[in-house]
Design a protein around this ligand. Structure first.
Ligand code: ADP
Ligand code: MG
Ligand code: ZN
Length: 605
C-alpha cells in the first residue's frame, strides 16, 4: 500500500532554556546521579544531559541536537537502566553498535543487538528472550535495515509493546531517517521516543518528523560551534602530499591525526608517502578484514600509530580525545559529513586543526562516484541504506545537492568558515566571534563587490552555442581567448564570444563559472569517458534557471577579495554599469588546471 505522507504540524517545544528540566527534584534524581557515578563512572553531567534525561523520563518525545562527543548515549542509557522494560535503539552502523555494547557489558548492563549478518540460530535465541516476561535485556540495538526488512522483529516489538515492556525507542543519528524513505512509522504508543542527531538542517528535521509522525516534541539543542577547531581550505595541487607532510611537521609533529581520503587506493598512497616522510602513519578502509582494522584501531589508541589515512568508514564511535588534526585530502560529500569528520578532532577541548585540500576537479570525481554509488558507506554518504529502491532517485538528488553545497563552501574565500557551517545547521553566528580562527577571517583583505551578471550571461551563452559538449576548463579557455591547438580544433576563434573574457584574470573567470555551477545555472554532466574508467564532464545549461538570468530578471553580485598590494589592474569591460571598477589580480589559484576535468582521472577502486 503506497505511503501518503501526512503533513503534520509539529509542535516543537524549546527545552534548552526551560529551567524545569534542570531541576534536581524529580523522583528519579537521586538514582540518576548515583547510577551516573557508579555505573558509568562520571562525576557530573555534561550540558543538556540531565535536561534530556528528565524530559524523556517525564514521558515526552525529545529531539536532541548535540555535536559529536557531546554525550548523547548516556541520555538514553541511564533512563534505560532505571526504567522497567526494554529500550530499542536504532543505530546505523554495526561497528558503532558493537562498540556501544562492549562498553555496556563492561558496565554490567545487559544489552544485545540484532543484525541481518548474524547466524540465524543466534537471532532466534535473542528473539526468544524478547518473548520472555523476564527479558534480561535492558537495551536492544538494531540497524535501520533490520527494522525496515524484518517482519519477525516487528512482530516481536508489537508483542513487547502489548505487554508494556517497550520502554522507549531511541533513534541514534536520526538524520538517517530521511534516507530510509517513508517506510518507518512506528505505531507504538511508546512511553517516549528519543531522537538524536548531530545535524540539524531544516530539511533533515522535516524528514524526520514526516517519517516518524511526531506531534509534540521537546527540542534540546546546543551550539554546533567548536571553538577549539581551526578551519582552513587550501588549494590542492600536485604537491598536495608534500604540503600535508610539511603542514604536519610544522604544526603537529608526532601528534595524533586523521587524514580522510576518497578512495581506498588514496588511503594507501597517502599513508605510504607519509611513512616515507617519517610519520607513524597507517591506512584504514573497508577493503581490510575486521581483524586488520581492529589491529590498526588498537595501535592508534595506544599511540603506536599517529596518523590514520582513512575513508569515512573510520571514526564513528571512536573516542580518542587528543586528535590534533583532521585533514581532508579530498572534497567531503556534504557539509554535515565535513562537520562530523572535523568533529573528531579536539574532543579534549585543546586547539586542533581542520585542513581541507580542495580542487574543483575533485568535485567531478566525487560527483561521478555518487552517481555510481561507489562511495564507502556511511550514514551521511550517498547511497547509504538503500532499503527502498524507489527512493534512490530522491537520495541521489539530495546527495548531489549536498555535494554542491560543499563545493560552494570551498569556493567561498570570503566568509567566515564557522558562519558558513553553522548557517547550514540553521544556527546564527556572528563572525566577529571567530576571532581569526579560520582562514577567511584571518586573511587581511578588503572586499570588492562586483556585478558579474553580464559575464555570467556570456558564459551561459557560450556553453549553449558550443553545443553543451565541453568541459568547464575548455569553456574558460575559449572565453578568455585561448588560441591553443585544442581550442582551434573546434574553430572557436570564429565565435563572437571567443575571447570575450580576455580581460579577466583566470581566477576571476573560473570563480564566476563555478558560481554558475554551484547555483545550478550550469550543470556538470559527469560521465565515464572510456573503458579505463577515467571520468570526464561537460557543462550543460539548466534551462529553467538560466532563463531568469538571460532575461535579465536576475543579477549576480559576487564579492572578490582585493589583494592588499594590487598588482596588474584589470577592467570589467563586460560590466557596463560598473566598468569603472578595477581591482587587483587574484592570487593565481592552483585549482585552475586547464582541461583537468577532461583528462583521465586517477582510477578509483
Ligand atoms: P556522542 O554520541 O554524543 O558523540 P558519546 O555518547 O559517545 O557522544 O560520548 C562521548 C564520550 O563522552 C564518551 O567517551 C563518554 O563516556 C563521555 N561522556 C559522556 N557523558 C559524560 C559525562 N557526563 N561525564 C564524563 N564523560 C562523559
Ligand atoms: Mg553517539
Ligand atoms: Zn571565521
Amino acid at each position: 500500500e503506497p505511503y501518503i505522507p501526512k503533513f503534520i504540524e509539529v509542535n516543537y517545544i524549546e527545552g534548552s532554556n526551560d529551567p524545569k528540566w534542570s531541576s534536581t527534584n524529580f523522583p528519579w534524581t537521586k538514582k540518576l546521579e548515583a547510577y551516573n557515578k557508579k555505573v558509568f563512572g562520571n562525576h557530573s553531567f555534561r550540558p543538556n544531559q540531565r535536561e534530556v534525561i528528565n524530559a524523556t523520563m517525564s514521558g515526552f518525545d525529545v529531539f536532541v541536537l548535540m555535536p559529536t562527543g557531546g554525550g548523547k548515549s548516556l541520555t538514553y542509557q541511564l533512563p534505560a537502566l532505571i526504567c522497567p522494560g526494554i529500550t530499542l535503539v536504532i543505530s546505523p552502523l554495526v561497528s558503532l553498535i558493537q562498540d556501544q555494547i562492549m562498553h555496556l557489558l563492561q558496565a554490567n548492563i545487559s544489552a544485545t543487538y540484532l543484525s541481518a549478518n548474524m547466524e540465524w540460530t543466534e537471532q532466534q535465541e535473542i528473539l526468544r528472550e524478547l518473548c520472555s516476561d523476564y527479558c534480561k535485556y535492558k537495551l536492544l540495538y538494531v540497524t535501520p535495515e533490520k527494522v525496515a526488512k524484518s517482519d519477525v522483529l516487528l512482530r516481536h516489538l508489537d508483542s513487547l509493546n502489548a505487554r508494556g515492556l517497550l520502554a522507549r525507542i531511541v533513534i541514534d543519528e536520526a538524520h538517517c531517517v530521511s534516507q530510509w524513505g517513508h517506510d518507518f512509522r512506528p505505531d507504538y504508543k511508546v512511553f517516549s521516543l528519543n531522537l538524536f542527531s548531530t545535524t540539524a538542517t531544516a530539511s533533515v528535521k522535516e524528514d524526520v518528523v514526516q517519517a516518524l509522525g511526531l506531534v509534540n516534541c521537546i527540542v534540546f539543542r546546543q551550539s554546533f560551534n567548536r571553538q577549539n577547531l581551526w578551519y582552513s581550505v587550501i588549494p590542492k595541487t600536485k604537491k598536495c602530499l608534500d604540503d600535508i607532510d610539511k603542514f604536519i611537521k610544522e604544526n603537529h609533529f608526532d601528534e595524533c591525526g586523521i587524514i580522510y581520503c576518497l578512495s581506498r587506493m588514496d588511503c594507501e598512497k597517502v599513508a605510504e608517502k607519509l611513512q616515507e616522510c617519517g610519520h607513524k602513519a597507517a591506512f584504514y578502509h573497508g577493503n581490510m578484514d575486521s581483524a586488520q582494522r581492529a589491529f590498526i584501531q588498537k595501535q592508534w589508541s595506544k599511540d603506536e600509530i599517529n596518523i590514520i589515512c582513512a575513508t569515512v568508514a573510520f571514526g564513528m564511535g571512536i573516542n580518542k580525545p587528543d586528535v590534533r588534526f583532521v585533514i581532508h585530502h579530498s572534497l567531503p560529500k556534504s557539509i554535515e559529513g565535513y562537520h562530523q569528520e572535523c568533529g573528531r578532532a579536539g574532543r579534549d577541548g585543546q586547539r586542533s586543526s581542520c585542513v581541507l585540500y580542495y580542487s574543483y576537479s575533485d568535485y567531478i570525481r566525487v560527483k561521478h562516484m555518487i552517481i555510481q554509488g561507489q562511495m564507502e558507506q556511511s550514514p551521511w554518504t550517498p547511497g547509504y541504506n538503500r532499503t527502498n529502491m524507489t527512493n534512490s532517485e530522491r537520495v541521489l538528488e539530495k546527495n548531489t545537492e549536498n555535494l554542491l553545497r560543499m563545493v560552494s563552501y570551498c569556493e567561498n574565500d570570503v566568509d567566515c568558515r564557522r558562519l558558513l557551517q553553522l548557517l547550514h545547521f540553521g544556527e546564527k553566528f556572528d563572525s566577529g566571534n571567530c576571532k581569526k580562527t579560520c582562514d577567511n577571517c584571518s586573511k587581511i583583505k578588503t572586499l570588492v563587490e562586483k556585478d558579474v551578471t553580464e559575464i555570467a550571461k556570456q558564459l551561459v551563452e557560450l556553453v549553449k552555442i558550443t553545443g553543451q559538449q565541453f568541459s568547464s576548463s575548455h569553456i574558460l579557455e575559449v572565453y578568455r581567448g585561448s588560441l591553443n591547438q585544442h581550442v582551434k580544433r573546434y574553430r572557436h576563434e570564429t565565435l563572437s564570444l571567443h575571447g570575450a573574457g580576455k580581460h579577466l584574470a583566470k581566477g576571476e573567470a573560473s570563480r564566476i563559472l563555478r558560481h554558475l555551477v554551484t547555483e545550478d545555472f550550469l550543470v556538470e554532466d559527469v560521465k565515464k569517458s572510456d573503458i579505463y574508467g577515467s571520468v570526464s564532464s561537460v557543462l550543460k545549461v539548466n534551462e529553467s534557471k538560466a532563463h531568469n538570468l538571460c532575461s535579465s530578471r536576475q543579477t549576480i553580485i559576487l564579492r572578490f577579495p582585493s589583494a592588499v598590494k594590487p598588482s596588474k589592474q584589470s577592467k570589467f569591460d563586460a560590466t557596463p554599469a560598473k566598468s569603472s571598477l578595477t581591482y587587483g589580480k587574484q592570487s593565481p589559484s592552483p585549482v585552475d588546471t586547464p582541461a583537468q576535468a577532461a583528462q583521465p582521472q586517477s582510477e578509483v577502486d
